[in-house]
Design a protein around this ligand. Structure first.
Ligand code: CA
Length: 469
């Protein structure tokens, strides 16, 4: 066992569907997140943190295991997690940590899918409710009165207060917010009432030159459900453009109101660390399970390998090792989180984990051979609600290549609707908003060939199979 004096506490705060471009520390044009910003201002902001599959349950499985989805066994929203497998919380327990998870789990319930490796767990049932959520506390079903974001922070703080102070802790505080159906609390219900939220640059993207997969996705403003999502019927007499604008305002304001409550509760957690005198010896992370389209490309939701959904907010404070206000632009992944925590805990990083510890990056020493590209795969083909086609691809610092292979392979949560294969490629240097698909542009032929070769190499490295069609 390591010397616990040198083992930092780990407070991992993760929200659900909170895009980096709705955080003021990432330059948001649409909201302020003063408490979340404290973590970035006093720590490090990662500008190129990406998820390997932009959807809830799969991202959570990657974070727990340090493995890609096809290895961790959660490729879609409806494949339950097998908690008998190796996870970083289990390994932390072995080196003396007390561990807990509070809030969203979303990896299945009962039997082998309940949380494992946690001394305390209290998780929302499924997606969870915003008000008076039903939760499973160490397996026992209980309803907790109140607003889910407050309840999650309350239960987290309660556990911190009764922990064994002679040992380090690792707490995963997982907010449901700001996940659909974007239900604010009373305190923030009228925030933004008197303002018009700016529309994103690509709000009116006409998808010219893009794939059928893009055209067929049901993630446009028109696919938001009036009463459930927008809390109102659509007013009569609006033009199509006016209705799109109205839908965006209804959606984005409630989304941002939910984030305001998360931000308040992040502040409460940070205040507790100060009051308890443990801020210096605690690694604090704020992240989200993936990004989100905030009207970008006219969309809500995630799933696509496009920037807004691929990018995760990822900020880390650890006063003992991280220079305040630092910014990192290296390519990092949710695949790396487990390895990072194990590294700091002195627990050893198992050989089968597929990510890399971020410790050298956090300490300002990026290794010369750090990754220059990342592999992505969205498996959940043509789900009923969003109809996004299955795809995989590669992102480098300058380019992105996406292959919509369009097959379900019998996976739960997918529909057996095979599609014609399609490719997209973007030059992120010239086209950061991914408007111009250059896949057929002869000027990019060499680059395309290199990216395809590198994509195949990444699939081999991560033990995934290419789809030949
Ligand atoms: Ca999510």
């Amino acid at each position: 066992m390591s010397n616990t004096q040198n083992q930092p506490n780990i407070l991992f705060i993760m929200s659900d569907d909170h895009a980096a471009h709705a955080m003021s520390c990432y330059g948001s044009r649409i909201n302020e997140t003063p408490n979340i910003d404290r973590i970035a201002n006093e720590g490090m902001r990662f500008d190129n943190c990406f998820c390997t599959n932009s959807i809830c349950a799969p991202s959570r499985a990657v974070i727990l295991t340090g493995l890609y989805n096809h290895i961790a066994g959660v490729r879609t929203l409806v494949e339950n997690f097998d908690s008998r497998q190796q996870t970083f919380p289990k390994l932390l327990q072995k080196v003396g940590y007390q561990t807990a998870i509070v809030g969203k789990w979303h990896l299945g319930h009962g039997g082998d899918s309940d949380p494992s490796g946690f001394d305390y767990w209290c998780v929302l049932k499924g997606q969870g409710l915003y008000h008076d959520p039903l939760m499973f506390e160490n397996g026992e079903a209980k309803t907790f009165p109140g607003y889910a974001t407050d309840v999650t922070a309350d239960l987290s703080l309660d556990w911190l207060k009764r922990r064994d102070k002679s040992r380090p802790f690792m707490l995963m505080c997982h907010h449901k917010a700001p996940h659909r159906p974007w239900t604010p609390d009373e305190k923030h219900a009228h925030m933004y009432d008197d303002v018009t939220i700016p529309e994103p640059e690509t709000f009116y993207d006409d998808y010219a030159g893009k794939s059928e997969a893009v055209l067929e996705a049901k993630m446009r403003m028109e696919h938001l459900k009036p009463v459930v999502d927008l809390k109102s019927e659509v007013p009569e007499g609006l033009s199509a453009k006016e209705e799109k604008q109205w839908r965006y305002q209804r959606y984005i304001k409630d989304y941002l109101r939910c984030i305001a409550a998360v931000d308040d509760n992040v502040g409460r957690m940070l205040d507790y660390l100060e009051e308890d005198g443990i801020a210096d010896n605690t690694i604090v992370v704020y992240t989200s399970d993936q990004g989100f389209f905030l009207g970008d490309h006219g969309w809500f939701d995630k799933r696509f390998m496009y920037e807004e959904s691929l990018r995760m907010p990822f900020i880390v404070r650890y006063p003992k090792a991280i220079k305040p206000g630092s910014v990192n632009k290296d390519m990092v992944l949710n695949l790396d989180f487990a390895e990072t925590f194990l590294d700091y805990a002195g627990a050893g990083i198992p050989d089968n984990m597929q990510g890399q510890s971020l410790r050298p990056l956090l300490e300002g020493n990026t290794p010369a051979d750090w990754r220059q590209s990342m592999y992505y795969r969205y498996w959940m083909h043509c789900d009923d609600a969003h109809n996004v086609y299955s795809h995989y691809g590669i992102r480098t610092h300058d380019y992105k290549l996406i292959f919509y292979y369009g097959e379900a392979f019998g996976l739960k949560g997918s529909r057996d609707l095979p599609k014609n294969p399609e490719w997209e490629m973007f030059d992120l240097r010239k086209d950061p908003y991914e408007i111009n698909n250059v896949i057929n542009d002869p000027a990019y032929a060499d680059t395309k060939a290199k990216l395809k070769t590198e994509l195949a190499a990444l699939q081999e490295q991560f033990k995934d199979e290419p789809v030949n069609k």
